[in-house]
Write a protein that binds this ligand. Sequence first.
Ligand SMILES: Cc1ncc(COP(=O)(O)O)c(C=O)c1O
Length: 391
Amino acid sequence: MSEDLIYLDANATTPVDPEVLEAMLPFFQNDFANAASFSHAPGRKASDAVEQARENVAKLIGAEVKDIIFTSGATESINLALKGYAEFNFKGEETIVSSPLEHKAVIEAVEYLSEKYQVEYIKVNSSGEVDLNSLREILLKQKCLVSIQHANNEVGSVNNLREIGIMCRHYGSILHVDAAQTAGKVGIDVEKMCIDLLSLSAHKIYGPKGVGALYVRRRNPRIRLTKQMYGGKQEREYRPGTLNVPGIVGLGKAAELASKRMLADEEKINKLTEKFKQVLSTELPDVIFNGPAGKGLPGNLNFTVPGLDARELLCELPQLAMSTGSACTSELSEPSHVLRALGIVGDKALATLRVGINRFNTVEEIDRAVELLVNKVIDIRQKTARVEHLP
Ligand SMILES: Cc1ncc(COP(=O)(O)O)c(C=O)c1O
């Protein structure tokens, strides 16, 4: 990435922390053995490193070590959790419950399951949080598998997992949480929050891409899944295949750093986010901030600049790496399903931008980014006004 580029797309992915990279490198080089090769010392060393990573990930979310299954990322974890749970446990009368603001990984998996099982969607409020009364109404009727995101990847709304978890447990339903945006950034305790299944990803917490984890509760209640792949006996047979040792070590290191730095990171990132927001709203008073008015996902800002074409703006600002919506849908020119569900449609949706601030961003970068953005908006607006006044 060029030095003068300002990276503000932390929801899509975060830069790899140098300490994470350093921890991974030996496992590409000298310590390259297969973690399943117990017959020799290098194999056992790789296996020990994987188990250390498992401990770090478990600690991050208050889980038991054996309950962590390594996967290729949150998408795979979500598929294993939802398809695996429904296929193993459902007898016909149960329902899958989700929200319209979920990531495509959940939406598509639920859509697939809807061919066989009943599906219901919880209402969300205008800030993007799930409506607990709507959830209660559904849970009262039948036992469910509930899949809820901890935080939304576009507007940064954060759901109250403790209340959701306690409610699901009370009504005998099972809770899967998509914590791709929060694990390592917002405190999670699977015991206190009564979470049964949880998906997370390394590349959102300064780890490498292509590795993640699924938490599968083994006690109170014991969760059992139908495996989605066939092969060896790795990862309690839920995830056969040779383990990605460098990636898992990277995830473990990222989790260890996150456990230590979460509060300091949050404080720094919140200050930078507040600065961005404050300057932007002073310089462009008509900007509308979407998502939660109060505490949301640290570092996330989603805003609409009335009258603007967000794509055009970003094309004219190659120094800024920002997003017009979720990275998974940003190649499409239609507004994302999240914005649509929140009633941000038409020109408003196309004038919407997302900023994601990470632990390595500096005050200087934020000052420069917001200055570039404001100047470009003013410039575009002046040009548009001149064209409109042509005879
Ligand atoms: C909320 C959420 N869930 C799931 C995913 C998918 O994660 P992964 O890229 O690890 O498959 C993402 C990634 O953007 C996300 O933001």
